[in-house]
Design a protein around this ligand. Structure first.
Ligand SMILES: [Zn+2]
Length: 280
């Protein structure tokens, strides 16, 4: 469903109209498609992946994002989340998880094995307990398939100590739908980027740029290895992405979307990708 070309209304209105149509049919997305929503959550990550019969959430934004994330899911007719991934425990990734867990049943929760003690993580743990859920702290790479979409999750072998340990513990998630490939790089900083470059298999069509668009000395090598057609950056006005990051991506011919300008929607039919953006 090419939102922009066939709908003729602003992207958000088209997404809502599609949602209402699908809601009536009981499907979360058109059969055979994968819709990825990169929500405008400020300098924070909150992503929803929908197929006809599945809903997956990667990170949940700040605490204040929880209700908006739940509203988005309910608006799209989601009554169960098949998988929730918490890439790491910084408040801009785990913050909204307690609201999500309280509002909707979640079949499986996968999290970084590098524990962190902060208020948002404690609230997340309480919400898990309230729901009787045991999260799976990933110690090694894992792959799973959900409604025809392949998820390959890469874990770090770095130690859970040091200045950037939390960011560098980010689960990195490769998503493949037919021929289209997405790479969600969490908040990976230099050491994790080095690890990912050694691991390989970074080529993708859509890159969720690591760490809100912060520049690292390995950024250039990483972007070249990924060579994405599209990139999504989750920065905000106060903490914008680095100009150098934009410059490198532009030199690779990558089209960049900033979630601070509005929710970004990407629709895959397994072969081609269609992007649209809501106004902020
Ligand atoms: Zn972050």
């Amino acid at each position: 469903m090419p939102f922009k070309r066939s709908c003729g209304f602003p992207a958000r209105a088209c997404a809502l109209m599609l949602a209402l149509l699908l809601f009536a049919s009981g499907a979360l997305a058109e059969p055979g498609t994968l819709e990825v929503a990169f929500l405008n959550a400020g300098k924070a990550d909150a992503f929803v992946l929908l197929t006809e019969n599945s809903a997956v959430v990667i990170d949940t934004g700040e605490n204040s994002m929880g209700d908006a994330l739940v509203d988005f899911l309910l608006e799209r007719g989601v009554s169960r989340v098949d998988a929730l991934f918490i890439t790491h425990f910084d408040k801009d990734h785990v913050g909204g998880a307690d609201a999500l867990l309280a509002a909707l049943p979640v079949s499986a929760v996968y999290e970084s094995a590098c524990e962190k003690d902060n208020k948002q993580t404690r609230q997340y743990r309480e919400a898990l307990e309230d729901q009787g859920l045991t999260p799976i702290a990933l110690q090694e790479n894992m792959a799973l398939e959900i409604d025809g979409v392949q998820y390959a999750i890469s874990v770090t072998n770095l130690l859970c100590t040091g200045k950037n340990a939390s960011n560098d513990s980010s689960l990195v998630i490769r998503v493949q739908h037919g021929q289209t490939r997405f790479l969600f790089a969490g908040d990976a900083e230099n050491d994790r980027l080095a690890e990912l470059l050694r691991e390989g298999g970074l080529a993708c069509d859509v890159l969720k740029v690591p760490h809100h668009g912060s520049y690292e000395s390995l950024s250039s090598a990483f972007f070249q290895a990924a060579s994405p057609t599209y990139a999504v950056i989750t920065s905000d006005e106060e903490h914008p992405e680095d100009e150098t990051v934009l410059h490198i991506l532009s030199s690779l011919g990558t089209t960049v979307y900033l979630t601070r300008l509005g929710d970004v929607f990407c629709l895959s039919d397994g072969e081609t990708l269609e992007f649209s953006q809501a106004s902020a």
